[in-house]
Design a protein around this ligand. Structure first.
Ligand SMILES: *[C@@H]1O[C@H](CO)[C@@H](O)[C@H](O)[C@H]1NC(C)=O
Ligand SMILES: *[C@@H]1O[C@H](CO)[C@@H](O)[C@H](O)[C@H]1NC(C)=O
Length: 595
């Protein structure tokens, strides 16, 4: 086993040192050919996955650029938004050459849920795992599809993602390895995936306005140009992949008229199957469901309904039995778009209600864990005008955002009373270049006077870390959705105050000391995207078996200032790899230049 991992990583490293450098491209005009190639290529690694065959190299070119035309997502990849889907088999190498053609913007692309084994510098977080991809340059991402499951990719920036920079990523494995393969007859990720996004009335990228109050005005399933159609045969069971690819607080509930859903996986990991009518997905969450085609013919609506920032928004797809003429359905829909809407809330299942399909092996004597308690809450930050933009040479989450304009009134979601600051140099690659005075280690925030700092949680490789995430609820009534980069977390406890009282981190620590918190160590669900209930907490465990700088970030905390911490697991990057990786940061002339 050890040997196999070693070989895989050498292979990856060899390729990076040849091709990993960012380069400046000459301007090229892209024609319809590129789009055609993209669509053709996106299918090229789609195939039944087999044992004992050589993995493929799945090569994509992404040109990210402003879109032309009304009513479209403002940014597209190769002319389409969402971007081209990526399909692979486990162990395939995925190569994506990302070229940034958005004037005045730098970007990075995150592969949501991908573990990045051996390639922590391909995780796509600017100034954490890589240098931002500047306008006119190309960054070649290269990583192994090491785990099967339903994933997606998106721009790290909330604004870019909201403007259309996201797409599907499905990794398959040989069918006998699928734990729930006996439950379904068809698993066609390329035809049976529903990627849900939200469209905004104005572009968010580059906006100088306070975009935090701008709500989306449409939900989109797969494409905004045509209704997605799922063609099915009666009596058979199909595996569908559902993805909430929205970048703001926008939970989406999905049902299919006259059909039941059986949940078999979430965030790429199998769960104990559960039957329901509705599934609810928070931003960044995925669920795989099996639908048995229990009707004999006809057409049925697949309905997605938004809540919170997406309240009132709906989108539909069609489930069509073979031979059914769906024209009448479209006419029907115009007459009454909400007919048959399933509002059976009792039968709505969300990710935290699930259990793993496998029992944890050593449940009786669980590994030694260190608990770290984090308080999360919305706070009103006292800032002098313009402080935030000029606090340092680091970049905020949303470039150019004049945060102080509204911070005073609305407050921002913070972890341990601080807002996250992106480092001034990529901390994974150039730790020595990161300004120490901007860092605040978790637990020692008191010594940092600034409201915004690079929040770091230092860890040791091999340890299992337990995070007790307390959503205190003094400053707000929202639940918050967090995404862990690189790792699946075991969700061992979720709790909400029964009388909706705000609670402090210290109160939760006391509850824990007094043994009043129950942990499920037997079959906790594995997730990379979690929602921490307001006036409650969630406890997760992460087995940190790999070095890297891994972001745990809120994906629903608004557009102003990020709420995140970097889980820093020491890593020595081989010299040839580190030399091949693009460098960036501030320039300060050495004294020799001044003599
Ligand atoms: C489908 O139905 C529409 C309207 O009812 C009709 O005009 C059309 O010819 C039908 N198409 C087929 C292929 O039967
Ligand atoms: C939270 O909800 C409570 C009770 O409904 C309400 O009194 C309070 O104003 C709300 N807080 C915020 C920040 O909206």
């Amino acid at each position: 086993m050890k040997m196999k991992v070693f070989i895989c990583c050498l292979f990856v490293i060899a390729n990076i040192s040849n091709n990993g450098k960012a380069s400046v491209d000459s301007p090229v005009s892209y024609t319809a050919n590129v789009l055609e190639d993209t669509l053709k290529n996106s299918e090229k690694c789609y195939r039944p996955c087999k044992f004992n065959v050589k993995p493929k190299r799945c090569h994509y070119k992404f040109n990210i650029e402003p879109s032309i035309g009304d009513n479209k997502f403002p940014i597209s990849i190769n002319g389409i938004a969402p971007g081209p889907p990526i399909y692979a088999c486990v162990n395939d190498v995925i190569v994506v050459e990302v070229t940034n053609r958005i004037p005045g913007q730098s970007i990075a692309v995150h592969w949501h849920g991908v573990e990045q084994r051996g390639t922590p510098f391909m995780d796509g977080v600017p100034m954490v795992t890589q240098c931002p991809v500047e306008y006119g340059t190309t960054y070649k991402y290269l990583f192994v599809a090491s785990s099967p499951g339903t994933f997606f990719y998106h721009a790290d920036s909330v604004a870019h993602q909201s403007d259309g920079v996201y797409g599907l990523l499905v990794v398959n494995q040989p069918q006998p390895l699928e734990p729930h393969a006996s439950i379904y007859d068809f698993d066609r990720g390329n035809e049976n995936s529903l990627l849900i996004g939200a469209k905004f009335p104005v572009p968010l990228t580059g906006s100088l306005e306070d975009t935090s109050q701008i709500q989306p005005n449409a939900l989109v399933i797969n494409s905004d140009e045509e209704t997605t159609k799922l063609f099915v045969l009666p009596g058979y069971a199909y595996r569908l992949r559902l993805i909430n690819a929205v970048a703001i607080e926008c939970p989406v509930t999905i049902n299919i008229d006259s059909h039941d859903l059986m949940i078999i996986a979430t965030d790429g990991k199998p769960v104990k199957p559960v039957m329901t009518h509705n599934v609810q997905l928070y931003p960044g969450e995925r669920m795989d469901v099996v639908v048995r085609m229990s009707q004999s013919s006809g057409g049925y609506w697949v309905r997605a309904r938004g809540a919170d920032s997406c309240a009132g928004l709906t989108a539909t797809a069609m489930l069509l039995y073979s031979g059914f003429n769906y024209t009448s359905m479209l006419l029907d829909k115009q007459n009454d778009p909400r007919q048959h809407q399933d509002t059976d809330i009792d039968l709505t299942i969300n990710g935290q209600m699930l259990e793993s399909s496998k029992n944890t092996k050593d449940a009786s004597h669980s590994p030694e864990v260190k608990s770290v308690y984090l308080s999360i809450d919305k706070n009103v930050v006292n800032v002098k005008d313009n402080d935030f933009r000029y606090i340092s040479d680091a970049i905020p989450k949303k470039p150019y955002y004049p945060a102080p304009m509204f911070l005073k009134d609305n407050g921002v979601v913070q972890i341990n009373g601080k807002s996250f600051l992106y480092p001034n140099a990529p901390i994974l690659l150039q730790p020595k270049d990161v300004r120490e005075d901007l860092i605040c280690n978790v637990g020692e925030e008191g010594s940092q006077l600034e409201a915004q700092c690079i929040q770091i949680l230092n860890a040791v490789q091999g340890e299992t870390m337990e995070l007790v995430l307390v959503n205190e609820g003094f400053g707000g009534n929202d639940s918050y959705t967090f995404h862990m980069h690189g790792f699946s977390m075991q969700v061992v406890s979720t709790w909400r105050h029964p009388h909706h009282h705000p609670l402090t981190r210290e109160e939760v620590m006391r509850m824990d000391e007094e043994g009043r918190i129950v942990r499920n160590l037997k079959n906790p669900v594995n997730k990379d995207t979690i929602t921490i209930p307001n006036k409650g907490f969630m406890i997760v465990r992460i087995a940190l078996d790999r070095g890297g700088s891994w972001l745990l970030e809120c994906r629903s905390c608004g557009l102003s200032l990020p709420a995140a911490v970097i889980i820093q697991v020491p890593l020595t990057i081989p010299k040839d790899v580190s030399e091949s990786l693009h460098k960036c940061g501030s320039y300060r002339p050495p004294d020799v230049l001044l003599n």
